[in-house]
Design a protein around this ligand. Structure first.
Ligand code: FAD
Length: 427
């Protein structure tokens, strides 16, 4: 997008085209205005339009321009935090509620894909969280025990079973999460947009919201080419926000994450790498993720930005790591490399905010936004319809809190990832 092949990489090459949308021209009036055409905004639009609400989505750039068009495509259940720790941080009510909502969230994605026949390479084979060393095994044992106590469809696999599922002997164990899966992320967000349009929503791209003002009991969103007047506003801009609510940006640390995609692997090798097509990632602090696409390309990623010296450093690391983890891939040739910014909160949990009267927002997905964004979008729609009150939300209503030393810490992530990858997997 924007003629930058490092923004959406493989996904832009292989996704079905976006539905036709145009820039806002003039002044419009709707019930609900949504800022941001990613999973959160478009799921909200789809669910609102589905019950007859007049809704308009505006995006500064394109459908899926933010994280929704750039991610790995792992449709995860739950957050990074250990299940048993969540009630301690959020309180028992919200902790258990969030676990239940997010545990079931991948199924909501699968249901929408089925219902609207979204062309997005969906695989419902689960995901594999892969253990590196004894510490990794211990972490997964605890995670398995805590999810199983809640009746979740997960299973701890030993080294032999893991090797068969991953196609590599690099891991000591893995946690197979049967609730999860993989998608082509840009295909999915474009499919949500198409479904929202078919249900009567309006979507305007190339339309940045630059200012807002209150006019009576309505909001007026200002853009360079017109205004949107609405009773309610949903701010669904997450890590890519440039909205008139700068506190949303101040609350998030940007963590860069890249992916490289190989050319399609030869037939006989492609059947040995993730043969059942689970998506995977490991237990390392600077983690590595891997999945296959429909055409048999290996998509391999980690923390880092593909800019400046980062491009060469991370590319060399990715090639070395693939040869080490999947030695059956003799020749590693990349056909795409891209990266994006993940929005991280201070405790790795998402947030619900009321930014002003009838201005609401979910954000801070910490690299796990496909299923949560989809479900939170629906919850925003239900909140506006009045069927989900503040007391029923899966998160407490909070005010954004700025994270200290943001620029320094973001610089540290980018440089630190380069240093780690400069030496990583050399031997
Ligand atoms: C590299 C990477 C890998 C990831 N991997 C995974 C993964 O495997 N699994 C997973 O579940 N999650 C993953 N994530 C996280 C996930 O992609 C995000 O959490 C999710 O896409 C957020 O969706 P969203 O709709 O809330 O926001 P976004 O998709 O970021 O959309 C926000 C939109 O708001 C628009 N916008 C911003 N400001 C304005 C304005 N002023 N006016 C109008 N429009 C505006 C932007 O243009 C953008 O299109 C990853 C993220 C990245 C970056």
């Amino acid at each position: 997008m924007l003629n930058d092949e490092r923004s959406h990489g493989l996904w832009e090459k292989t996704a079905p085209p976006a539905p036709k949308t145009v820039r806002l021209q003039g002044d419009i009036s709707v019930d609900v205005a949504i800022i941001g055409a990613g999973y959160t905004g478009l799921s909200a639009a789809l669910h609102l339009a589905g019950v007859g609400t007049k809704v308009a989505v505006v995006d500064a750039v394109e459908i899926g321009f933010g994280g929704s068009g750039r991610n790995v495509g792992l449709v995860n259940a739950g957050m990074w935090m250990m299940p048993n720790d969540l009630p301690g941080v959020l309180g028992k009510l919200h902790g258990e509620r969030l676990l239940e909502v997010l545990g079931n969230a991948p199924q909501s994605v699968f249901n929408l894909v089925d219902r609207y026949k979204i062309d997005c390479e969906l695989e419902r084979k689960g995901t594999l969280h892969c253990a590196v060393g004894a510490d990794g095994v211990k972490q997964l044992e605890q995670r398995a025990e805590q999810w199983l106590a809640r009746g979740a469809a997960v299973r701890l696999l030993d080294a032999r079973e893991t090797a068969a599922k991953v196609g590599s002997t690099a891991y000591a164990a893995s946690l197979l999460d049967n609730r999860a899966g993989t998608i082509q992320p840009l295909g999915y967000v474009r499919g949500l947009a198409r479904a929202a349009l078919e249900n009567g929503a309006a979507i305007h791209t190339g339309t940045p919201v630059t200012a807002t003002e209150r006019s009576g009991d309505r909001w007026v969103l200002r853009t360079p080419s017109g205004t949107v007047s609405a009773e309610w506003v949903i701010v669904a801009t997450n890590a890519y926000t440039t909205s008139p609510w700068p506190q949303l940006r101040a609350e998030l640390l940007h963590l860069p994450y890249f992916n490289f995609a190989t050319t399609p692997l030869p037939e006989e090798i492609r059947e040995t790498v993730l043969p059942e097509r689970q998506g995977g990632w490991d237990t390392k602090e600077i983690l590595t993720s891997f999945r296959m696409d429909k055409a048999g390309r290996l998509v391999f990623g980690s923390v880092g930005a593909l800019r400046g010296t980062g491009m060469a450093v991370h590319k060399a690391w990715a090639a070395r790591s693939i040869r080490k983890i999947f030695p059956q891939i003799k020749r590693v040739t990349f056909e795409a490399g891209w990266y994006g910014q993940i929005g991280m909160t201070s405790d790795s949990l998402p947030r619900f905010h009321t930014l002003a009267p009838k201005v609401i927002s979910f954000s801070g997905y910490n690299g796990r936004g496909i299923a949560p964004g989809t479900v939170f979008g629906r919850i925003l729609a239900e909140h506006i319809a009045g069927t989900v009150t503040d007391a029923d939300l899966p998160l407490p209503v909070t005010k954004p809190h700025e994270q200290g030393m943001r620029m320094v810490r973001e610089g540290y992530y980018e440089v630190g990832a380069q240093l780690a990858h400069l030496v990583g997997n050399r031997f």
